[in-house]
Design a protein around this ligand. Structure first.
Ligand SMILES: C[S@@+](CC[C@H](N)C(=O)[O-])C[C@H]1O[C@@H](n2cnc3c(N)ncnc32)[C@H](O)[C@@H]1O
Length: 301
């Protein structure tokens, strides 16, 4: 598909290039912030799974330019290398590895984070169940790291796919946060199961000292947190026994704004035409295939 055709088909893709964002995802974070004021009173931020870096760009502009926090610290982590962003420390690392947490803590001088966000998505295999499982594991890894670094009262936002067992995640999160909301920004395609869990008011579990260790399973990590144990179920008093705990689902972003599933005509007067991407991917997974094609090594046998 040509650049100009994609510009028409996806208004947020086009707009990201016009406004200098590296990816259309920038609008998702901006629209989540419009709804939940996530950027209020934050100075230490962790952007997990951050490449190519549009969320970090949003955070950098907000903290350094709009809020003038010259002492703010933003750490961006991704498996892929990232082109530098003003005021952001980028780390090429795996968020599931305990060393990554230690590196972030060192950058913060041992201070906790005010806000952790994760837009993580694994490379899809096309095997639906496997992809759903890996995505769920990535969210849990982001959550584990978050419990080790977030300050009490802090916020956590993560991309989810509303699959079969998502209710379980909502109820686990409600043990750890005052408010847990499932939000769908207007810039996230309506046809996709993608949404974001917005968790506000972190309440560390009393007496629990979460520790990331290599080869520790998710179950072992949360073992002493006393979440969802039979004791809790017996003593968990709901105001109304019929009431189920389901996260609120909120659509956010201006409803008059562009529809991410609609096709628009480009302004005929526009002299700009198709725009180049703000930042070309530094090390995309298809890089090797492109090199092979250029050398003529990709021939049909
Ligand atoms: C949708 S992109 C993130 C887009 C980003 N928020 C932005 O605005 O530019 C998902 C990213 O998750 C990263 N990722 C997946 N698994 C990861 C892991 N275990 N550790 C670090 N990054 C990971 C991928 O490398 C990919 O860059």
């Amino acid at each position: 598909m040509g650049k100009s055709s994609k510009d028409k088909r996806d208004i947020y893709y086009r707009r990201a290039k016009e406004q200098g964002w590296r990816a259309r995802s920038a609008f998702k974070l901006l629209q989540l912030n419009e709804e939940f004021q996530l950027f209020k009173d934050i100075k230490r931020v962790v952007d997990l799974c951050a490449a190519p870096g549009s969320w970090s760009q949003v955070l950098s502009r907000e903290l350094f330019e709009n809020q003038n926090h010259s002492d703010a610290k933003i750490v961006a982590v991704d498996l892929q290398p990232m082109t530098p962003i003003e005021g952001v420390t980028t780390i090429q690392a795996d968020i599931t590895h305990p060393k990554t947490l230690q590196t972030i803590l060192d950058i913060f001088g041992g201070e906790p984070a005010d806000f952790v966000c994760s837009d993580g998505a694994p490379d899809v295999t096309g095997l639906h169940d496997l992809d759903e499982y890996i995505q769920a594991q990535l969210i849990l890894s982001a959550l584990q790291l978050t419990t080790c670094i977030l300050k009490p009262g802090g916020s956590f936002v993560a991309k989810i796919f509303r699959g079969r067992d998502i209710d379980l995640l909502y109820s686990q999160l409600s043990y750890l946060f005052e408010r847990v909301i499932c939000a769908k920004p207007r810039s996230s395609r309506g046809t996709s199961l993608e949404a974001f869990i917005v968790c506000m008011g972190y309440k560390p579990r009393p007496g629990w000292n979460p520790k990331l260790e290599l080869n520790k399973s998710t179950e072992e990590f949360f073992e002493d947190s006393n979440i969802g144990k039979s004791y809790n179920l017996e003593h968990f008093e709901l105001p109304d026994p019929e009431e189920r705990k389901i996260a609120k689902f909120i659509a956010c972003g201006d409803l008059q704004d562009g529809d991410s599933d609609a096709t628009y005509t480009l302004d005929n007067d526009s002299k700009i035409g198709a725009l180049d991407p703000v930042q070309m991917p530094t090390a995309p997974p298809y890089k090797k295939a492109l090199e092979m094609k250029r050398r003529g090594d990709l021939v049909r046998r």
